[in-house]
Structures are given as C-alpha cells and as structure tokens.
Design a protein around this ligand. Structure first.
Ligand code: ADP
Ligand code: ASP
Ligand code: MG
Length: 460
C-alpha cells in the first residue's frame, strides 16, 4: 500500500491555460500526499480528433488537416501562455513532433480511404498524449518536480480497439514498477488517461470517458489512499445541474448508487471507475477544479442511512425502444435467448426490458449498429422501432422496502405518457422511459417533489 493520492483532471479542468494554472495550484496543495496526476484531453479535443479521423477515412484530406491545424494552434497557444518564452521555445519542438506524426497518420488514412478501429485509436490517443505533455510541462515550469509517463508503457489492454479492456495483472505490475520509484523520489508522475497499449505495444483506448477508469485502475494498482476525480461541478448532484438549476450536492453516496446513476446518464463519473476502487475499498471523491475548497462528493462502499427516498435522478437521452412481437411463438422456450443472442452478436447493450405473453420491449442507445440488428431481428419476429426516447432513473437505497414508492413517483407524473417501467431488478433504482423532449420538465417536477426537503447528513 502506497500512501499516494491519484488526482484525475477531466477535459474542462485542462481546457485552457487558466484551467491548467488551477490544476497546478491544486496539485501543489496535495504535494504532501504524494499525488499521481491523470489527465483527460483538453475539452472537446477527443471529439475533434474523431472528426478528423472520419474525414480522413472518407478521403477528405483537406478537412482532416485543417482540423489538425486548429488543434495545433490551440495547444501552442496554451503552451505559450503557460510556459513563458524560454521554456516554450524548448517545448515547441516537442509538441511539433506529435503534430507531425498526427498529420502523417491522417494523410495515410486519407490515402487509403479507410478508417479502422485500430487507426481510430491511434488518432484519438493524441488528445491525452498532448494534454499530459502540457500539464507536466506546466507543473515543471512552476517548480513542481513532475515526470511525464506514457500510459502506453504501463497500462496493458487487449486489442478490442476503441473499447479495449485492461489486462489487470500485467498493468498492475507495470504501474507499480514505473510509478512507485518516482513517488518515492518525491516526483509527481503525470499520465494521460483513456489510452493504453496491447502487449505488443499497439495504441488502444479504453472507451469514451475512460480517463476516470484509468485513474481507478492506477489507484487500485498502487493501493492509493484515495482517488480524486476533478471536474467542473461541485460533485455528484441530485440531478444534472445543466438540466435543473436546483440540483444540490450529495455529500456521500454508495458505490452501487453512483454506478447506477452513471450508467443511466450522470456522466460526471464513468461507471467502470467504481469497480477497481470498490474491490480495494479505496474512497473516490468528486471535486470541482473551479471551486477546490468545496468538499465534493465521497463515494464509499456503504452510504449512511438517508431520510430522503431518493439520492438522485439521472436521465439518458438518445434511446430507441424496440418492440418485438412473436404472435406464433408466444414467447416460447428459447425465444428470449434467440433475441438476446442477436443483440450480443451486434454488441448492442440493452438497458431496460419488459415482457408480456406475446412480446418483449427493450431499450438501447440509438446508434449506427441498429440497422444491422434490425435486419437480423426481422428474420425472427415482427419488430417496431421508436427513437427519440429517454430513460429516467431514480436512485436510492432499499427502494424495494418502501411501500407505495412507485405510486408516489407516477402520481407526480399523472399527465405524462410513460412507455416502459422497470423496478426491482436492483434494490436501488426505479426506471422508466418517456419521450426525449419531456426530460427537462419531468426531471424538474420529480426534483421538486422529492428533493425540496433534504437530509443534511447526505445532502449539502
Ligand atoms: P469531465 O470533463 O471532468 O470528465 P464530464 O463532462 O464528463 O466532466 O462530467 C461533468 C458533467 O456531468 C457536469 O458538467 C454535469 O453537467 C454532468 N452531470 C450529469 N449528471 C450529473 C450529476 N448527477 N451530478 C453532477 N454532474 C452531472
Ligand atoms: N478524452 C476522452 C473522452 O473524451 C476520455 C476522457 O475524457 O475521459 O472520451
Ligand atoms: Mg468525464
């Protein structure tokens, strides 16, 4: 067990020179706790990289290179502001080499006119490669001894490109071997989140929003005292503050509740983050890099009892409902398996399921894989699709034990068309599906009904 704290800074926390200055100040305050710093790409950069990869893949070299040039400018400007003339001159070439490689890669993709998942990862990785270089240089420029560590040398994954799974025993060993001596020497390691490499050294990424996951993997490998997820809100809130301005901070929440919320749309925390940390009982904190003195949210193995029914409301948009009717088969033995196998073949995860004697309804994220799935399912049954839906999920401890809870919730929404309902699969969530356009008013109404009085032990 190393007494170290893993500090992960999300995209908005490193979005420009001012934000990176705040990161430097926050890290300085933690130096006694021996920090390891994990950073995301600067805000919006991963999306832009994927856009240029797509353009190159379609043979549009000009657009791809134009986007790369904009990215180069943004990083140079930020570095210039952070480093001062002498250091910037030194660092300029270092960043330049990365951009030359990126441009060469884009030219190659455009020449072939084909974008594979493997090359997509190569392009996407530049975001975190660049931001980790910037943050490490900014720390050094402010006299904090930092060492840049390329995550690809110590985070090993399989080759399921764009969604690679970490190989834990190897990663743990490499992470300890690389990071512990640096920490012992009082240096601050800086790593890019989200990226890894296969055993043979090919660049991979571990899924969108994956920097939180990287932080948890690193924290678990080192047996860190705690993991801090620094973002742009005061912590995990009773609902997305962008959706409902009355959202309040949750002081402490259980791992299970946080995972459920994250899965159903509270993107403030990547669900998989929770896993490596749970297994090692390492507390995770969500903190605000714009308001560092705020205590944030602690995610603990067990949350204290709360007088409110619910801890939070999450909403996930861009959902499609699939209604599968099998009149002749009457959901015969094996029918559901056949249906789920089709989803599995297309690697489409299902969120909410409800069945009747002759039909089954499911929800999935709207995405490009649906037409292929549709063709497959059409061979098996009558299938109908309905897009523009949203899942709303209320999370709270022991919901199964509370009499009349569903009546309470749906009583508040008596004029809203509810398409699907699910409760009871886990003790801690009550989930339903509505039209996407109704999300803001439904969330605001439920928030008013269930969060106007708050248990001060749990909420701030
Ligand atoms: P980062 O770039 O730091 O990873 P994200 O954009 O991934 O940050 O996550 C932070 C955002 O998550 C917030 O700005 C907020 O709009 C959104 N969010 C959604 N649900 C919640 C919630 N329940 N509590 C806090 N933030 C939430
Ligand atoms: N930059 C990556 C993304 O936008 C990973 C992350 O920020 O966590 O998905
Ligand atoms: Mg995030």
């Amino acid at each position: 067990m190393a007494s170290t704290v893993v500090m992960k800074f999300g995209g908005t926390s490193v979005e420009d020179a001012q934000a990176i200055e705040r990161v430097v100040a926050i890290v300085r305050q933690r130096l006694e706790n021996k920090p390891v710093v994990v950073v995301s790409a600067m805000a919006r950069v991963t999306d832009q990289l994927l856009e240029m990869a797509r353009a190159a893949g379609e043979g549009d070299r000009k657009t791809a290179l134009m986007l790369a040039r904009q990215l180069r400018e943004r990083h140079y400007n930020t570095a210039g502001e952070l480093l001062g003339t002498a250091l910037f001159t030194e660092f300029h070439g270092n960043l330049g080499t990365e951009f030359e490689q990126l441009e060469e890669l884009l030219r190659g993709i455009a020449a072939v006119g084909e974008l594979t998942p493997r090359t997509t990862d190569h392009v996407a990785a530049f975001g975190e490669i660049l931001s980790s270089k910037l943050v490490s240089a900014a720390l050094s420029a402010q006299q904090i001894d930092s060492t840049l560590v390329d995550s690809r040398t110590c985070l090993v994954s399989d080759d399921n490109f764009t969604r690679a799974a970490p190989l834990f025993p190897e990663s743990n060993e490499k992470l300890c071997h690389t990071l512990l001596p640096l920490i012992d020497r009082g240096r601050v390691p800086v790593l890019g989140g989200f990226i890894a490499a296969t055993r043979t050294g090919i660049t991979t990424t571990i899924g969108r929003g994956g920097s939180d996951f990287s932080a948890a993997i690193i924290g678990a490998a080192l047996g860190a005292e705690k993991i801090e997820i620094w973002t742009d809100v005061d912590g995990m809130m009773t609902t997305d503050p962008a959706l409902c301005p009355e959202a309040r901070r949750i002081k402490v929440i259980s791992f299970d509740e946080a995972a459920e919320l994250a899965y159903f749309g509270a993107k403030v925390l990547h669900p998989a983050t929770v896993l490596p940390a749970i297994q090692k009982n390492i507390p995770v904190y969500i903190l605000n890099s714009r308001n560092p003195s705020c205590a944030g949210t602690r995610i603990a193995a067990r949350a204290p009892h709360c007088h409110n029914f619910f801890k939070a409301i999450a909403a996930k948009k861009r959902i499609t409902i699939v209604d599968i009717a099998a009149p002749r088969m009457l959901l015969a033995h094996g029918f559901l398996r056949t249906i789920f196998e089709a989803f599995d073949r297309h690697r489409i995860p299902v969120d909410v399921v409800s069945t009747s004697e002759v039909s089954v309804s499911l929800t999935l994220d709207s995405n490009e894989s649906i037409p292929a799935l549709a063709a497959d399912l059409a061979k098996l049954a009558d299938v109908k699709y309905e897009g523009c839906k949203a899942i709303v999920c209320l999370v709270g401890e022991n919901l199964r034990e509370i009499p009349g809870i569903a009546g309470h919730v749906f009583g508040e929404l008596s004029d809203v068309k509810i398409r699907m309902i699910s409760q009871g699969a886990s003790e801690i969530n009550l989930t339903f599906v509505i039209d996407e356009g109704q999300v803001p008013q439904v969330v605001q109404r439920l928030h008013r009904a269930f969060f106007s009085q708050l248990d001060p032990e749990t909420f701030a």
